[in-house]
Design a protein around this ligand. Sequence first.
Ligand code: NAP
Length: 344
Amino acid sequence: MEAGRVGRIKLGSQGLEVSAQGLGCMSMSGVYGLPKPEEDMIALIHHALNSGVTFLDTSDVYGPFTNEILLGKALEGGVRERVELATKFGFCSVDGKREIRGDPAYVRAACEASLTRLHMDCIDLYYQHRIDTRLPIEVTIGELKKLVEEGKIKHIGLSEASASTIRRAHAVHPITAVQLEWSLWSRDVEQEIIPTCRELGIGIVAYSPLARGFFSSGLKSIENLSHDDFRKLLPRYQPENMEHNKTIFESVNEMAKRKGCTPSQLALAWVHHQGNDVCPIPGTTKIENFNQNIGALSVKLTPGEMAELESFASEDIVKGDRSAHDIPTWKNSETPPLSSWKAA
Ligand SMILES: NC(=O)c1ccc[n+]([C@@H]2O[C@H](COP(=O)([O-])OP(=O)(O)OC[C@H]3O[C@@H](n4cnc5c(N)ncnc54)[C@H](OP(=O)(O)O)[C@@H]3O)[C@@H](O)[C@H]2O)c1
């Protein structure tokens, strides 16, 4: 399917408008193998902007830090004004051990450090990447609210937050977007989180919409991935589960052939068909794959085709958890009540 010009959607109720598909920048700086050459990634980002994809997704933990530095360089010379830039905070390393932090001093310092790396005065959308469950969510959002008032960030987002955490956060300051893993084979968010976002008028940003490349290529030879490829740590991609899961890709691929599109386009079209409050942010490091992915916006699916696709990857068919066991998800994002909190 050929790509047309990418349209725009409203995200949340606070006036943020973004491209209907975003660009996930994480794998430009490692995670799925080695970091890619800076010059090529800057060319890819500029190509994305010229194609109408202006919603760029990064985090201080990608690299760590180098992905934000890359974006800072890519957006120099007046390019920044054409972009909606989203970044995240919360993962940090203490004595080589991963920690999640959302205390006010950390939030402020993380934001200022991101602004410096990005060469910006203001972040368009600042997410808490994972929830710090040691303190009430109201305390973290209280600091983010101050950053909004000071003009350092425009909008607040949450990533991997439960419905009740989202609700509590939204009562302190309107949440513009919730980022969550949502794809044909990761649908646990549909029961409570998506309805809560819709009730509160919060935009939905779908990360890993291609199942980290699984719906693009089937990832048949996980053993061939480089030793530091993050997917090697994820249960779903382990050889014993992949042996079973590969039939899901085969079914999607078969249907894509019938539809005259690619499996990536079909998997992304399924996300686009969830509603115009949903923005998938597929990640890629290649211009040809980027072009293919925006082509998904032209793929039309009937309710029957949606149901057929869903039947390939129903919960009982998919083997293995979506997330690594030592990384928190929305399932463990509850925070203590505000009444219990005594600030130091
Ligand atoms: N909030 C969170 O906790 C969280 C977690 C994970 C990711 N994210 C964000 O979401 C973004 C996207 O997620 P993701 O990168 O994990 O997974 P994804 O978008 O589902 O898949 C990315 C993978 O698919 C491959 N790919 C993409 N388009 C392709 C195509 N048309 N044909 C063949 N292969 C293709 C890419 O390889 P090539 O580079 O070779 O194209 C890459 O390996 C990230 O960049 C990051 O910004 C957020």
